[in-house]
Design a binder for this molecule. Structure first.
Ligand SMILES: [Zn+2]
Length: 340
């Protein structure tokens, strides 16, 4: 005969073990435990969003922090934001609040605290492409932050590393009238030039046995590129010629690593903020509009666009920028059909 007490006791033990297992399984986290990031997440309204490409946040070692107000690259004793006697606005901030369209109550909520990702979804509908004319993200941050008192959410370095410098909730200062409604990215690239202009290509590009390689000038050291011994090559070996507005310009293409990361980031932003449509400004026949948008076009446009679409005095991201690769690549990531 089986001892009922024994069965009861065995049952209790089993129950206790199960409860212990489930509670560990559910919580899975202990007080004080350091929660690991994979290094492939961006921050949108305080939430981590997976990108699937290398991301360095402003809080990471080696990151670039646009919330800090002292100059990042000046000697510490001279790094105060208040550079009296020099040019530059005499106030410490490099970014603002996405104010447009907020009621007073909403504004009071977000001005000292934060946005919910749902609130951002309502308002953010453009992703603006820039080239940095600095060549590397480290120099880009020095120019934006230390010299020009400007900001941008993301920088994309030659090796495909994405740097995020502040939360997407902030109104970064990168594209005038689009700042309230956009996310911005500065892509490491030396820019586009007309035949009349002096270009920096001889300094930045050279030929070797494998084709065209990027040669970071020695005054910039290793350029701050995160991948050790990285050799950057433009996706196309010759400069690409094309028209932006009324000007014919020449520009070297981005690196394949930059395209790969930009595709992932564009897809991730679209998933998190769906009003950023996976499309670019196109005319009735479906071709890229290669000039500033009319006011009405700009108002209506939701998606991925260039700085030159926003402002007539700009040419970035230039004629080499491969819109189809970026936007169709992002569409493939999220399971949408190709454009056209
Ligand atoms: Zn720009």
């Amino acid at each position: 005969m089986v001892d009922e007490n024994l069965i009861r006791r065995f049952g209790m033990c089993l129950l206790v073990a199960l409860v212990a297992l489930v509670s560990v399984g559910c919580a899975g986290r202990r007080v004080g435990q350091v929660l690991e990031r994979r290094g492939q997440e961006i921050v949108i309204a305080g939430q981590l969003v997976h990108v699937g490409a290398p991301v360095v946040l402003w809080t990471d070692p080696g990151g670039y922090d646009a919330y800090r107000v002292e100059k990042r690259f000046a000697p510490w004793a001279e790094s105060d934001w208040d550079d009296k006697g020099k040019t530059g606005p005499q106030q410490p901030l490099r970014y603002g609040i996405r104010k447009a369209g907020l009621s007073e109550t909403e504004f009071e909520m977000v001005r000292g605290g934060g946005w919910s990702i749902e609130q951002l979804r309502e308002r953010v509908d453009q992703f603006v492409m820039h080239y940095d004319v600095c060549g590397t993200s480290r120099t880009c941050f020095r120019v934006l932050h230390d010299q020009r008192y400007l900001s941008v959410h993301f920088m994309l370095d030659l090796d495909g590393t994405i740097y995020q410098t502040l939360d997407v909730k902030e109104r970064a200062w990168h594209a005038t009238i689009s700042n309230d409604r956009s996310v911005g990215i500065e892509i490491a690239n030396m820019g586009a030039y007309s035949a009349k202009e002096k270009d920096p290509f001889a300094q930045w590009y050279a030929q070797d046995e494998k084709g065209t390689r990027i040669t970071i000038p020695t005054r910039l050291g290793d350029g701050g590129i995160r991948t050790p011994s990285f050799v950057g090559r433009p996706a196309r070996p010759e400069p690409v010629v094309g028209t932006i507005g009324t000007r014919e310009l020449r520009q070297y293409d981005l690196t394949p690593q930059q395209y790969a990361s930009l595709i992932k980031l564009t897809a991730a932003l679209h998933k998190a903020l769906p009003k950023i449509a996976l499309d670019y400004p196109r005319d009735k026949s479906g071709n890229l509009i290669n000039q500033q948008l009319s006011k009405e076009q700009w108002q209506q446009f939701q998606g991925v666009l260039g700085h030159y679409h926003v402002q007539g005095d700009k040419a970035d991201p230039g004629p080499a920028f491969d819109w189809d690769q970026v936007v169709n690549g992002a569409r493939r990531e999220v399971g949408l059909p190709r454009l056209k």
